[in-house]
Design a protein around this ligand. Structure first.
Ligand code: KIV
Length: 275
């Protein structure tokens, strides 16, 4: 496995520049969520390129039924924990519901809290956010956009359903991705969309680092929620999840196998994990 950032045995911290180079050179990007220092250290040691302190913490850490109740202070707290354990991975923090939608100014103030807690990039949901993305990027805040199934607005979307299945909604998503990329979003999480649509978005935006979750294998990289891929999450899981712990070995081994499967293009396996 050729990992661009390993030079003479020494791993360099991942940068935005390096993520773009990985996309250009066809090296797949492996991202996982993390919420504490111990798992961040372990995932980093196992070669994960990016760590996301997602508002999924509401569900997998706090035991809530959605991401909606998560606050900015809570994300900042978990970011500080993760930053303390991480050495190399590019670190993203989620802007929670209600902390960025009112105005670009509100988004900048909230982003500052996350950057001060250790984030290198903020993630925000929605295709409406083009002007906010431009405002943040112009002020030096790297932004990851998030389209498809956006959990903060799951109620408005009719629940946790595949997005962009019909031609009209696919076209809207494609347009939003283009506008967000032009506004300066460097990365885009695409959640729960048909693989063919995700591939088109990646092809139409060759410099945009598209990270899929339930979006097929034709994008720059993959992300999973840590608790899902370790088999910790109880109940019915989405089809896009693969339990790497069930394949034997310990936790670090499971994360290493996830990284290898993403880099080799063996995860996701479209007939099993795709839409
Ligand atoms: O909150 C989160 O963990 C996320 C990922 C699932 C992409 O947004």
């Amino acid at each position: 496995m050729n990992i661009a950032g390993v030079i003479q045995g020494e791993r360099k911290p991942v940068t935005l520049h390096r993520l773009r180079r990985m996309l250009a050179e066809g090296e797949k990007i492996a991202m996982l969520t993390a919420y504490d220092a111990s798992f961040a250290r372990l995932a980093d040691q196992a070669g994960v390129d990016c760590l996301l302190v997602g508002d999924s913490l509401g569900m997998v850490v706090q035991g809530r039924t959605s991401t909606v109740p998560v606050t900015l202070r809570e994300v900042a707290y978990h970011l500080r924990c993760v930053a303390a354990g991480n050495r190399h991975a590019w670190l993203l923090g989620d802007l929670p519901l209600g902390t960025y939608e009112a105005s670009p100014d509100q988004a900048l103030r909230s982003s500052a809290v996350l950057l001060q807690a250790g984030a290198q990039m903020v993630k925000l949901e929605g295709g409406w956010a083009v002007e906010t993305v431009r405002f943040l990027v112009e002020r030096g805040v790297p932004v990851c956009a998030h389209l498809g199934l956006t959990p903060q607005s799951a109620n408005a979307l009719g629940g946790y359903r595949v997005q962009g299945r019909d031609e009209a909604s696919a076209q809207v998503l494609e347009r939003q991705a283009r506008e967000l990329a032009v506004a300066g979003a460097a990365t885009l999480v695409l959640e729960l969309v048909p693989a063919a649509l995700a591939l088109r978005v990646q092809q139409q935006n060759p410099a945009l680092v598209v990270i899929g979750i339930g979006a097929g294998v034709g994008v720059a990289g993959q992300v999973l929620v840590l608790h899902d891929m370790l088999g910790v999450t109880q109940g019915k899981l989405p089809r896009f999840v693969r339990n790497f712990m069930a394949e034997g070995g310990g936790i670090e081994d499971a994360v290493r196998r996830y990284v290898a499967a993403v880099k080799n293009g063996r995860f996701p396996d479209e007939p099993v994990h795709g839409y």
